[in-house]
Design a protein around this ligand. Structure first.
Ligand SMILES: Nc1ncnc2c1ncn2[C@@H]1O[C@H](COP(=O)(O)OP(=O)(O)O)[C@@H](O)[C@H]1O
Ligand SMILES: [Mg+2]
Length: 244
């Protein structure tokens, strides 16, 4: 089973944290005990996005340095049994560069069905951790020229390091723009990045609002179905893509 999933991108703002939260919720709804670990030290955000800002006392830095236990650091997400968050430290560096970090993540993978690593923008940290840890890497790209080129570079750098199980998630697809021919055709994005497709997410107000301050996607709406299918594909089920 691919139980450590790294979420990366070429640039910030592509939607790594949103995708981490959405995939985390979808796997948890399938009954999988899932923890999302935010690795963006100094730029914590997932606590707010998952609605647990006031419940975070300890963070990943505390866990790595041994200042707290796993039970202290893993905050359970209201309304989503099976889903937990380990928040990023609010300050740099607080243990993020310690050699113990990969060992801690590896140890967590025996406590959870899935460990989702929400990696920081830029590839330095990704290149350091993904080859050592990830069973699957999801590259989040938006359908524009800069994102496609950056994502291709991330994919190539990972390939050089021997990483094989990479998937592409195209995020913030806006069909109106596509009709205006500002944004590339999805095929072009796929060819430009050169990585098999995991899913396609629309630019969508529900996604933005639910993953801005906590909540659940409304059942049977397109975003909920898309995340369900992505989770099923991660679990190795044959499920057709749902693209709107
Ligand atoms: N599919 C989407 N539809 C609408 N807004 C989105 C979508 N994905 C991400 N966003 C918005 O884009 C911004 C950046 O997303 P975020 O997940 O924080 O990116 P990253 O973690 O890669 O920096 C946020 O304001 C988020 O709400
Ligand atoms: Mg982020």
């Amino acid at each position: 089973m691919s139980n450590i999933i790294a979420i990366t991108s070429g640039k910030g703002g592509a939607g790594k944290s949103t995708v981490s939260a959405g995939i985390g919720q979808a796997l948890a709804k399938r009954g999988k005990k899932t923890v999302v670990i935010e690795l963006d030290a100094g730029l914590r955000g997932l606590d707010i996005m998952l609605g647990v800002e006031n419940q975070v006392v300890y963070d990943l830095g505390d866990l790595v340095s041994g200042a707290c236990s796993l039970d202290d650091a893993a905050v359970s997400i209201d309304g989503c049994p099976n889903l937990f968050l380990i928040a990023a430290p609010t300050m740099l560096p607080e243990g993020m560069d310690k050699p113990e970090l990969p060992q801690v993540v590896q140890a967590l993978s025996s406590w959870f069905d899935y460990v989702i690593l929400d990696l920081p923008a830029g590839i330095r940290f990704s290149l350091q951790l993904i080859p050592r840890l990830a069973d699957m890497t999801v590259i989040v790209a938006t359908p524009d020229y800069v994102s496609v080129r950056d994502s291709n570079r991330v994919a190539s750098a990972l390939t050089e390091l021997g990483v094989t199980n990479c998937r592409l998630l195209i995020n913030k697809v806006n069909t109106k723009y596509r009709k205006m021919n500002i944004i590339k055709d999805l095929d072009e994005v796929l060819d430009g990045v050169g990585v098999p497709l995991l899913g396609v997410l629309p630019e969508d107000l529900q996604i933005k609002s639910v993953f801005s301050c906590g909540g659940q996607l409304e059942k049977e709406t397109a975003p909920a179905v898309i995340f369900e299918r992505i989770a099923a594909r991660i679990e190795g089920e044959y499920t057709p893509l749902y693209i709107i």
